[in-house]
Design a protein around this ligand. Structure first.
Ligand SMILES: [Zn+2]
Length: 130
């Protein structure tokens, strides 16, 4: 995905700050062209890293919609379906956590490419790898 493609995708994305409730571990829901985020989620990212935390949240959600993350998600979802013992899709599920870590990694990569500052401490679920 090029920077121009990323910007085009971002331009098409509608952000909705809500008070809706979501499944455990979800601070909102990402529908691709529309991203719903709870106000409390924005507040938590602001408390985590100020403007850098909010930058990370925006990039994390955009990251979920990149071709790389979508492809990785498709594989993780298949693994999840084939492994019911992994538990409910949420913060205690290894496939869910891997999906979030992937989005964090893409967000970190995009931030680096743009020269944007993100928090130096680990985001929720951290990054892939040890
Ligand atoms: Zn996420």
């Amino acid at each position: 995905m090029t920077g121009a493609e990323f910007k085009a995708a971002w331009q098409r994305t509608v952000w909705v700050v809500t008070e809706n409730t979501y499944p455990p571990g979800h601070g909102g829901l990402n529908f691709g062209s529309t991203v719903e985020v709870r106000f409390s989620t924005f507040s938590a990212y602001a408390a985590w890293g100020g403007a850098a935390g909010l930058t990370f949240l925006l990039l994390h959600e955009m990251a979920h919609n990149t071709p790389y993350a979508q492809s990785a998600y498709a594989n993780l979802w298949q693994g999840y379906l084939q492994n019911p013992a992994s538990g409910v899709w949420g913060p205690s599920n290894q496939y869910f956590v891997s999906n979030e870590q992937n989005a964090n990694e893409v967000a970190r990569t995009i931030a680096g490419a743009f020269g944007w500052i993100i928090p130096s401490t680990l985001p929720t679920h951290g990054y892939p790898g040890p």
